[in-house]
Design a protein around this ligand. Structure first.
Ligand SMILES: C[S@@+](CC[C@H](N)C(=O)[O-])C[C@H]1O[C@@H](n2cnc3c(N)ncnc32)[C@H](O)[C@@H]1O
Length: 228
């Protein structure tokens, strides 16, 4: 999870450092390529008020593409926050699909419910589970999901990624947000616990024969892996 105060898209995009490249116009252009509408902007503002960072718009757009490309009827999100990423996912999913989203903060999930209502998301399209992902994920069925987004506490990523690989059907996609940790992962001199854990998640997926991985520099880094 990012630790700084959440910014609205224009500020976030203009002040953020794209991982590994300094501030490049192509990254800024990519983040603004698919603009957010009023519902998303209001959800992002709620996230900001709650101090709960949301995926940047470039990541949101990729998530929507992935949900549509995989025809994702069953999606899991680890880290509901105020519902920004969830809205992007739901907009790519078929209308009879269901998003299962997990967060320990009931207040964040209340904000997400508001966002879903504003976007006229039918109630049966979301299953909002309060709790620790480490307790909830083991209760979900093997191979039953098309897409899993991990966007929660980074120290939990190894456990969540491990569970996600169990949950995904062949051809299903894992997406891990914050995978470049504000340039820290790409800097070998950074060896603090948080950076090491997130870097190790990337290395593990790169060496796991069950998946085909890719690292996108969108947002704060989006690590993808397709289940073979
Ligand atoms: C980065 S925010 C999620 C943002 C959301 N995915 C989005 O992009 O709109 C991370 C969320 O993870 C939750 N979280 C942090 N640590 C957690 C933990 N140990 N267990 C469960 N949830 C946790 C926080 O409550 C927060 O809502």
């Amino acid at each position: 999870m990012h630790t700084s105060v959440q910014l609205l898209p224009e500020e976030a995009i203009s002040t953020a450092e794209p991982s590994g490249h300094g501030k490049v116009a192509a990254w800024v252009y990519s983040e603004a390529f698919v603009p957010e509408d009023e519902v998303l902007l209001r959800a992002r503002e709620r996230a900001s008020e709650l101090g709960c960072p949301a995926v940047l718009p470039g990541v949101g757009a990729v998530l929507r593409v992935l949900a549509a490309a995989t025809n994702a009827h069953a999606v899991v999100e680890v880290g509901t926050g105020a519902g920004v990423a969830a809205l992007w996912l739901l907009r790519g999913m078929p209308l009879d699909g269901q998003l299962t989203t997990i967060d320990r903060e009931v207040e964040h999930q209340r904000a997400a419910r508001t966002a879903f209502a504003e976007d006229r998301v039918a109630p049966q399209r979301t299953r909002i589970i309060p709790g620790r992902p480490g307790d909830v994920l083991p209760r979900l069925a093997d191979g039953a999901y098309d897409l899993v987004l991990v966007a929660s506490d980074p120290l939990g990523y190894p456990e969540y990624v491990n569970e996600a690989l169990r949950l995904l059907r062949p051809g299903g996609v894992l997406a891990v947000d914050g995978a470049l940790l504000r340039d820290r992962v790409a800097d070998p001199a950074r060896r603090d616990e948080l950076t090491t854990v997130v870097r190790e998640v990337g290395r593990t997926l790169r060496n796991d024969e069950r998946v085909l991985p890719a690292m996108l520099p969108s947002g704060d880094g989006l690590l993808l892996a397709v289940r073979r």
